[in-house]
Every structure is written in structure tokens, then in C-alpha cells.
Design a protein around this ligand. Sequence first.
Ligand code: AMP
Length: 113
Amino acid sequence: MSKTIFERICAKEIPAHIVYEDDQVVAFRDINPQAPVHVLLVPRRPIPRLGDATTADAILLGHLLLKAAEVAKQLGLAHGYRLVINNGRDAGESVPHLHCHLLGGRAMDWPPG
Ligand code: AMP
């Protein structure tokens, strides 16, 4: 199977503005930001989407969420932020490699569009 664009970013085969990385996850700036801060956190091991995750992925997913909170703090989002995981067509998922959007730096509407 061909690599996803996010696998290629994790492997540094294509450029991205990486703000955090470790052996399990990589966080980088979204190329089309929807807020003053818009970062994507992805597991290095590609899971297509949250609906495909299993209990074997529980530690990895917990790690990803905790790192999202750490990155938010690192980027100064003291007034709040939103995490979004788009799962499937109706949610607007466009890259089949599980990713968590970290959005902040402005007030957010609710409900989302
Ligand atoms: P989603 O619609 O939830 O699948 O989100 C995919 C996100 O990936 C979108 O917000 C895109 O702007 C972002 N994206 C696509 N290609 C790149 C890239 N090369 N570098 C950074 N972000 C990207």
C-alpha cells in the first residue's frame, strides 16, 4: 500500500512545520489553518481513522491526546482550544491516516458546521 501524506511527513520525505515529535506521534502545522493555531497530531503508525482503532491502540491514542494538551500549553493556548477528529465522509475526513486537529487562538462557535 502506498504511504499516506502524513506517513511521508512523519518520515520527513515531504516538508512540514513540525512542532513536536517522539517515537509514537508527530505534531505539525496544518497547511490550511482554520484558526491562528492549527496543528495536526498523528500517530507514526498509520491507523486509517478512529473507527478502525482497536483496544491494542488504547495506549497510543491516550498518548496522542496527552501530547495534544502538552502542545496546546507549549503554544500558549491558555484561554482554551478545541480538539477535532473527523471520522469518515460525513465528518469531512480527507486524509485516511488518523489525525487530531488542535485548534486555538480564537473563540470557537458551537455547534461546529
Ligand atoms: P481532515 O479533513 O480531518 O482529514 O484533515 C486533513 C487536514 O490535513 C486538512 O486540514 C488539511 O489542510 C491538512 N493537510 C493536508 N495536507 C497537508 C500537508 N502536506 N501538511 C499539513 N497539513 C496538511
